[in-house]
Ligand binder design. Sequence first.
Ligand SMILES: Nc1ncnc2c1ncn2[C@@H]1O[C@H](COP(=O)(O)OP(=O)(O)OP(=O)(O)O)[C@@H](O)[C@H]1O
Length: 666
Amino acid sequence: MKRISIVYRNEENSLVMQHLEAVIHSVFRDSAELRGIYISRLKPGEQVDADVYLLSDRRLIFDLREHAVSMHNVVFMDRSILRSSLGEIRAIPPGSEVLIVNDTRDTAEETAVMLYGLGVDHVRFTLFDPENPDGHDGVRYAITPAEPALVPSHIPHVIDCGYREISFETMMEIERLLGANDPEITSRLVDYGMKIIEPARTSAANYLNRFLREKLLDEYLYYSEDVTFAVNDAGEVVFFNQKAASLFGFRHDRRILLREHIPEELLTLLYSADNILKAACTLNETHYTLDKKSFLSAERSIGFTVNMRDEMSIVNSETVLSNALKKSGLVARYRFSDIMYTSEVMKRTVRRAQIVAGTDHTVLILGESGVGKEIFAQAIHNASGRKDRPFLGVNCASIPESLLESELFGYEEGAFTGARKHGRAGLFERARGGTIFLDEIGDIRPQMQASLLRVLQEKQIMRVGGSQVIDIDVRVVAATNRNLPEKVQSGEFRDDLYYRLNVMQITIPPLRRRKADIRPLFDYFLENSRPLPTQAMYEKMQRHSWPGNVRELENCALYFKTFHTLPETVSEDAGVREDPQGLPSQARIDIAILRIISDSNAVGRGIGRTRIQYLLESGHITVSDIQLRKRLAHLNQRGFIEIHKGRRGATITPAGLQYLAENATL
Ligand SMILES: Nc1ncnc2c1ncn2[C@@H]1O[C@H](COP(=O)(O)OP(=O)(O)OP(=O)(O)O)[C@@H](O)[C@H]1O
């Protein structure tokens, strides 16, 4: 056990001694044994061994010389007062004469020096001498460190500032000499420092700042979920956190040589030539990602730091992230159960989307404005394996071209004027593990098309102004109301990007092609409000062409709720307007047939003629039996379908799927 010897001249002022010992004990407790030494009682030549000799009076150094084993451990006790007393002293009117009273003139002088040192300079101090107490008649103020009985009785204002305390700086010096590395001592020392006035303010402030820094390290490193340690040039572990201690058995009470604690393979990895190393490693069947950084001084390594992250903790922290995202609204709200429909064609579309959701492929959603593309994108995300991760939607047409790239890919500090310090992660990085919904993809310019193509091909991004590639694991769901094949044909949209996006395609039919949905959707948007539309109103709605699709219908329901009538825009004239893409041509019938066969194959079934005919009918395409046979034969001839005997019926070929994708908007 370490020893602190408090050196006094003699046993005269035992109350002060008891107080000082109690103060030291309150900070260092049982980490050191405390002993009072009275110089007057030591025999000539008697040796006293201690880790700290604490001198209550500087002049004792001469006497101590012949008794101390080492003079390196001497600490002079600086004194201070409690912060609480200083307020009273400062309140004494400026210019007043103040008598400093202590048991001797010398100690009174020390107190006056200490008060000047603490910045008390608005009053004049006069020293009291107990051996010559008279002659202070006009004085109205006295300050005394715990000797009020000595103050002349005529003085009306007496401030007892209590025993002079041990300065914070002195305490720090004791801590240093004891080599105490105990967070509890540090914490008690900081508490002590807050209570007293410190003459040497800078070092106390430095100590407190260091304490704060250590707290930060504790908070973020010591109790971190990662395994973290630092190794110096001699291969000694000089810092490690709790996780590292339990994984490698590092202990604070002994010198730790890295090579004695970690497996050979990991050692080889850490001592590889790379100054910055990112690698993966497995220990005790746990997979870690490892980051090593070497620190160089004058081109020589002075050591390195290692951070190892358990891959499972990444998943967990991302789940926490996704919960946070849920709170902040960066999530998909809609599920398939929120999509209202009764039409056969929508049943098929939803079924197809549900199958697509189960895969991890890129999805392209086509359909006119307001048909519900975004609601489908969200439902796909929520039905996918990524549902607990972020869903980030971005309308490519509404962000200026100049900003779209940095918005999607992020930027590095200084990438452009106005770029934030430390840069910013883009939507692809923020959607990590989740889904990004690129709405209005048909409107992006060629340069952006090229960047997106790279992301889809390489699954990597580079921040604007950056040089590092970042791996991303994000599913892309894109949507457009443009006729993309036409845009590809005219060269406005890159064909390679189109094929990358078109891996899985969902075309949402316009409302006029699924009139069976009008009434259930309208009733849904009314939210049980009364009155309901008349039969004539419902019929009028059936005859309207709904150029704004479901969004228009939703607005129409809102109008009805307020005015109990339909808006002027729902006109019967508009209802007879035909589908802008024309009546079902043979090509359109072929596409419809291929889509029916493809949907049926997607759920693992072939399909026969009768069912195809029935499904065509429910999509308002009427064909005779002979006509259907002809179309099937034609599709078979073009290599788009195969027709099997018996119950297997027709199946679509890859060429058929390709043709379907290319003509998605038909
Ligand atoms: N089947 C549906 N059931 C319930 N609500 C729907 C349905 N389809 C669309 N909606 C609603 O209609 C509105 C338009 O849908 P959404 O924004 O998804 O369309 P969009 O095709 O993405 O439109 P745009 O191309 O203009 O972005 C939304 O308020 C959506 O909630």
